[in-house]
Design a protein around this ligand. Structure first.
Ligand code: 13P
Ligand code: ZN
Length: 274
């Protein structure tokens, strides 16, 4: 390999950024993506690392992420520029032995920093790593239009959002049978929103930030992007139905939800069923 950008992890990361850009979920610098690298990824990329930058302390800590390496989008960087200008748009950071500081080992050239949402990504990585026995590797935050719009009209509860999404597309109960979490509006970028989101991510693969966007998690880029896409598409269908102004004549009933779960061998969150 002559270029770090040929590493499968980098290629997958960049492709997902461009997919999100193409969907219209990343206006300006909106949204961010992080990937917890495997040992093999680190071996492939290490020869291209630069002299590490200084350690930067975080207000959050996760012992189970000590010594890990993450690919991350940069704060204030545009998803639109990730493919044409990866060395400024992206970076690789190493986490210290206490799990409470990062330093840049590749990219984020000319003074770039990891996404301002790194604390939320970091805490979500920590809880999803535990919840999935180490399988989870991707955390993705996007400004998905229809899901944001729904946070203006639906009650901000896990139950209301989970039911509306399950009822708006048949695949939803199969893709996220546990439902989705909802956080109230909070100041972005800090430790408080990181902790609130990671509480939701103990139960759910995805969490919605009111009037802001979506967090999705998964073991790889395909699954994580697919989850965000499924949630956003379901929200779009719900909107289209509401926009007709017609009364809803029929929907996916709880009986049907249970039948789908049985046939697809998934356990639906019973707390959200009547
Ligand atoms: P960053 O540019 O710091 O990643 O912030 C974008 C964003 O979506 C904040 O929530
Ligand atoms: Zn955002």
């Amino acid at each position: 390999m002559t270029d770090i950008l040929q590493a499968p992890a980098m290629r997958g990361f960049i492709r997902m950024c461009m997919d999100g850009w193409d969907r219209g979920w990343h206006e300006r610098n909106g949204g961010n993506l992080t990937y917890r690298m495997t040992d093999e990824d680190v071996v492939q990329c290490r020869t291209f690392f630069k002299a590490p930058g200084p350690w930067v302390m975080m207000d959050v800590q996760a012992e189970n992420l000590a010594g890990e390496y993450f690919i991350t989008t940069g704060s204030g960087k545009y998803f639109r520029n990730v493919e044409p200008d990866p060395v400024h748009s992206l970076g690789i950071v190493e986490i210290n032995e206490n799990g409470n500081a990062w330093r840049i080992v590749w990219g984020l050239e000319d003074g770039g920093k990891p996404t301002s949402e790194f604390p939320s990504h970091f805490m979500n990585h920590s809880v999803r790593k535990t919840a999935t026995n180490g399988a989870n590797r991707v955390i993705y935050h996007c400004h998905a239009t229809n899901i944001i719009a729904l946070t203006y009209i639906l009650p901000l509860t896990d139950r209301d959002f989970s039911r509306a999404l399950w009822q708006s597309a048949t695949e939803c109960p199969v893709v996220f049978p546990e439902g989705v979490g909802v956080c109230p509006w909070m100041v972005p970028g800090g430790a408080d929103i990181a902790k609130a989101t990671s509480e939701k991510m103990k139960t759910y693969q995805a969490a919605i930030w009111a009037q802001h966007g979506l967090f999705a998690s998964g073991p790889d880029f395909d699954t994580t992007f697919g989850l965000a896409h499924t949630i956003e598409k379901s929200a779009e269908i719900y909107w289209k139905v509401l926009a007709t102004g017609q009364p809803i004549r029929q929907t996916i009933t709880d009986e049907v939800l249970r039948a789908i779960a049985k046939d697809f061998n998934v356990v639906l969150n019973e707390a959200f069923l009547n």
